[in-house]
Design a protein around this ligand. Structure first.
Ligand code: ADP
Ligand code: MG
Length: 637
């Protein structure tokens, strides 16, 4: 461990940290920033017995790094070193080094805007520019000034980034010193394709097999792809194709790596490769900077990433495959030259590379900011336009967020540019959820169905609880028919939740019913946490077991901006945008086509589909927002 590049500059770093209230650390990935700097600070006592927070954009990173550091310090996780991520907190009163997601620290600032329990805050992976980290820049900067004014103990801030483009940070943190940690990068050779590749997955497969057939076995390959489904498909294809290779070739070990992969399977990617095998890691951008894999010599970069972007007309974030930035391309390339010289295959032309945007566009300028604004208001920041954003969201996205929150009844305007939380908004801000789902919980209070709503919201907070292998699709659908409901997918989800609970969380029950056991456990965990938040906020945990109509009415009151109306031609009209939309074939309402539904999300493929539906009565929509529906609900009044 002490041979990490960061140990060469340890003393200098500590001196600089002592001198300056804010410092910026730039260092190549794997130089030891995240694992070592908190330990340096702790060991030299600079935290003065306060907490050291180190934020990460990803929960996987917060958990694995805390485990690693605890191991290095020879203590179990949860004592001196702990982690805190959404729905899971391992810290105790002994904890001094706390790895946490940026979202969790932001939540904590709602209770205490000055973040008084922390003496040092490290905002790590700052180059990723997630919404939460961006907002924390402003929140922590404010806390530093305010703590000084109120004579509280000093708050030290360390911003850590993997990219060299620091002028922007340095300027924002007026004259903070920039400290460099050199990595140990060996020469890397970059290859571009000669022609534009329309099928980057096919190109990636070809490249992997070319390397495999031509290069010595001890060199591993890292392929950057965009998401779970793509990675699993490529993994299967590599396994299938391998069967047709000459037996003299070494065995390929295929290791997928993406955030929602179970932790034990993620760890496979980090294990060292047996001598006569070659490892192929298929990863999302998670392997770009936040985790490091040893033994990689070849990087295959598709030039793609799955990222959220905001659709202003539907108020929704849509995940789509986009081109990476030049900065990301270099981070990816850098993963090849860790231990000896590396080779990078960029599956795009040099001209395409020069068309990539130089830096990654900050998430706050791409995504829906309504939850962020709800949180800022809850922290006590009334004038969002005057907030010290490093890069502010666009005016349109701020006003679109305010109109959504106003429609939901969470905020009211209290001045030309000022907004305030309503009593409803205050209650909603307790939950770390999409504002609509928070509202659904609050709406359930007077209707006495809070317990049911917690189950539903938890089911909607995981990717999918259904497990439908392509080869057994018909069997799976048939077995699950007993859960379906003519009241829609929301009621079906609740039925599954109840049946799972009755089975006492049984794994074999899940297996028999084609339900994803791991995700169901996550649902339990999420539910427990939200329920805890309810107890803390004195929300009565009422239950109205039988009548699903009451529950659906609450859903209508919260998700009314996602309502759609059946038209005479059998398609639907999304009431908010007037777009033509269809029911997704996976929905249990696909055949029955009720007159009014609300949906959880829209998916744009060749057509626009609504997924996860709930049957509603137009009267409920109307009573939720009479002014809004006055002109929009054609079939009524
Ligand atoms: P940085 O933050 O500068 O990218 P890290 O502190 O995350 O660097 O990692 C430093 C080194 O520690 C890396 O070379 C990596 O191989 C090693 N390391 C980090 N986490 C683990 C882990 N969970 N298991 C094994 N090695 C790890
Ligand atoms: Mg790091």
């Amino acid at each position: 461990k002490t041979d990490l590049p960061i140990f060469a500059v340890r003393q200098r770093l500590i001196e600089e940290f002592k001198k300056s209230e804010t410092s910026i650390v730039i260092g190549e990935t794997a130089s030891g920033k995240t694992t070592q700097i908190p330990q340096f600070l702790y060991n030299c006592g600079l935290h003065k017995n306060g907490l050291i927070a180190c934020t990460q954009p990803r929960r996987v990173a917060a958990i694995t790094i805390a485990q690693r550091v605890a191991q290095e310090m020879g203590t179990p996780v949860g004592q001196e070193v702990g982690f805190c991520v959404r729905f899971e907190d391992s810290t105790s009163s002994q904890t001094r080094i706390k790895y946490m997601t940026d979202g969790m620290l932001l939540r904590e600032s709602i209770g205490d805007r000055l973040l008084k329990k922390y003496s040092i805050i490290i905002l790590d992976e700052a180059h990723e520019r997630t919404i939460q980290t961006d907002v924390l820049f402003g929140v922590v900067k404010y806390a530093q000034v305010q703590r000084k004014a109120e004579n509280h103990r000093k708050l030290r801030l360390i911003v850590m980034s993997a990219t060299m483009d620091v002028d922007h940070f340095a300027k924002y943190f007026s004259s903070a010193p920039v400290l460099y940690v050199e990595g140990r990068l060996h020469p890397i050779k970059i290859n571009y394709t000669r022609e534009i590749q329309s099928d980057y997955i096919g190109a990636a497969l070809t490249t992997v097999f070319q390397i495999h057939q031509e290069e010595p076995a001890q060199d591993d390959i890292l392929v950057f792809l965009t998401g779970q489904e793509e990675i699993e498909t490529v993994a299967q294809t590599i396994k299938d194709l391998q069967l047709s290779l000459p037996l003299s070739l070494p065995k390929l070990i295929v290791c997928p790596l993406y955030a929602s992969l179970p932790h034990s399977l993620q760890l496979r990617a980090f294990k060292s490769t047996p001598a006569d095998c070659r490892k192929v890691v298929l990863s999302t951008n998670i392997a770009e900077t936040s985790v490091t894999i040893r033994g990689i010599k070849f990087v295959v970069d598709t030039g793609k990433v799955k990222a959220k972007s905001f659709n202003a007309s539907t108020h929704l974030d849509i995940l789509s495959v986009q081109s990476i930035s030049q900065a990301q391309a270099w981070q990816r390339a850098g993963r090849a030259g860790r231990e000896r010289h590396g080779i990078v295959y960029r599956l795009y032309t040099e001209a395409q590379y020069f068309n990539f945007s130089p830096n990654t566009v900050p998430e706050i300028q791409r995504c829906n900011v309504s939850n962020t604004i709800l949180q800022l208001l809850a922290i006590g920041i009334k004038d969002i336009h005057a907030f010290d954003f490093i890069d502010p969201p666009s005016k349109e996205s701020i006003s679109s967020a305010f109109s959504e929150l106003t429609l939901l009844g969470a905020v009211v305007q209290s001045g030309s540019k000022l907004y305030e939380l309503t009593a409803l908004g205050q209650k909603m801000s307790v939950f770390p959820l999409d504002p609509k789902l928070s509202k659904a919980i609050v709406c359930a209070i007077p209707q006495n169905c809070v317990e049911e709503m917690l189950s539903l919201v938890s089911m909607l907070s995981v990717e999918s609880v259904l497990y439908t292998p392509q080869a057994k699709k018909d069997v799976a659908l048939d077995v699950r028919r007993k859960f379906t409901s003519n009241e829609g997918d929301f009621v079906m989800l609740l039925n599954i939740y109840r049946a799972f609970k009755q089975s006492k969380g049984s794994k074999s029950w899940c297996f028999e019913n084609y339900i994803n056991h791991r995700n169901m456990n996550v649902v339990f965990e999420i539910r427990k946490q939200i329920r805890g938040l309810c107890l803390k906020a004195n929300v009565p945990l009422t239950s109205n077991q039988r009548d699903m109509k009451v529950l659906r009415r609450c859903v209508a009151h919260a998700l009314f901006t996602n309502a759609a109306e059946l038209q005479t031609d059998g398609t639907y009209r999304a009431i908010d945008s007037n777009e033509t939309v269809l029911i997704h074939p996976s929905s249990c309402l696909f055949q029955s086509k009720p007159s009014y539904v609300v949906y959880r999300e829209l998916i744009h493929t060749s057509k626009c589909y609504m997924r996860d539906l709930c049957v509603v009565d137009p009267d409920w929509l109307y009573e939720a927002a009479p002014n809004y529906f006055q002109s929009k609900l054609k079939g009524r009044r």
